[in-house]
Design a protein. Structure first.
Length: 311
């Protein structure tokens, strides 16, 4: 579903809607849909612990800024090429979760090194009609998208996926709507050519966000991000079929290198459990006593008394 986003986004922009209007409409619409669904069916999911709310707003703010870059860049480059550049985010995620205490093998480093010539082949002098500013925007969007995933993963240790989805999307809306009002040309009438793509983009944003955070909660941020290779294949294939885009030979070589880089990183073995007391995101934990592993007595842990509470 995420692979459909650049296709519908490009169609909406091509239909006459400014890029910031596209991102504001799809984010606000997806936030409203998640809120209505939770309010009608599982109202208790509206609760989140205070630091979890801070984490969601931090992640949503970063991803909201990344969305502004993404759709602004999408207006400058082809959808397939833009998604290829954006799809470097698993490499960025690997770096961020490493800083949070998770460890990789050398395969991630190899993937990172391989991604550099891939970007050059995709945007270099042999490429045709590549807007370098738009390409830089897509890379920046991928970096910010990658940064928000480990933040949300920390919150997901203690909060349900729909709750994290709601507050992350709400924070994104708080970022993108003022940016649209301040910097975008006014939209007096929604162009009819852009209406269906915007509605479709809102729907895939709503569904893909719920699926993304449910997946992150189950398999971790790094593994969930690496499934973006399927997202990449969807976007590039549909850009060829629906939008009539094409890549030159050097860009196909860059796409192949990027796919190899993602596969190498995907073979990396990660610690999928949090490391208490380590990492730059450790502060995003609820103010509750630690839950002990099954069969472990509180007296066996250093610094704990038999009640299980810190001394």
């Amino acid at each position: 579903m995420i692979g459909l986003a650049p296709i519908f986004g490009k169609q909406a922009i091509g239909g006459g809607l400014p890029p910031l209007a596209v991102v504001a409409a799809r984010t606000a619409g997806a936030s409203l849909l998640v809120f209505i669904a939770i309010l009608l069916f599982r109202r208790r999911l509206l609760y989140i612990f205070p630091l979890g709310l801070v984490g969601c707003f931090l992640a949503g703010g970063l991803n909201g800024a990344g969305s502004l870059l993404y759709y602004s860049g999408l207006a400058r480059v082809d959808a397939g090429l833009g998604q290829l550049l954006f799809s470097l985010h698993p490499i960025f995620v690997a770096m961020f979760v490493y800083l949070d205490g998770q460890r990789h093998s050398r395969l991630t480093i190899a993937g990172l090194l391989l991604s550099l010539p891939a970007v050059y082949l995709l945007t270099g002098p042999d490429s045709i009609h590549v807007d370098l500013r738009g390409a830089a925007m897509m890379l920046g969007a991928g970096l910010l998208y990658a940064l928000h995933i480990p933040i949300n993963q920390r919150v997901l240790y203690e909060a349900p996926a729909p709750t994290v989805t709601l507050y992350t999307l709400l924070a994104m809306s708080i970022v993108v709507i003022p940016a649209f009002l301040a910097f975008s040309p006014p939209v007096h009438d929604l162009p009819q050519e852009a209406l269906r793509p915007v509605l479709a983009l809102t729907a895939v944003t709503f569904l893909s966000r719920l699926a993304l955070f449910a997946g992150v909660k189950s398999i971790g941020g790094m593994q969930a991000s690496l499934l973006g290779l399927a997202e990449l294949l969807v976007a590039v294939s549909l850009a060829q079929v629906w939008l009539g885009e094409s890549l030159v030979t050097s860009q196909w070589a860059g796409a192949l290198l990027m796919a190899i880089a993602l596969v190498l990183a995907g073979r990396d073995r990660l610690q999928t459990t949090p490391n208490p007391g380590r990492g730059w995101l450790y502060w995003l934990r609820p103010p509750l006593p630690a839950i002990l592993p099954s069969g472990t007595e509180a007296s066996e842990l250093p610094g704990e008394n038999p009640s299980g509470l810190p001394r």
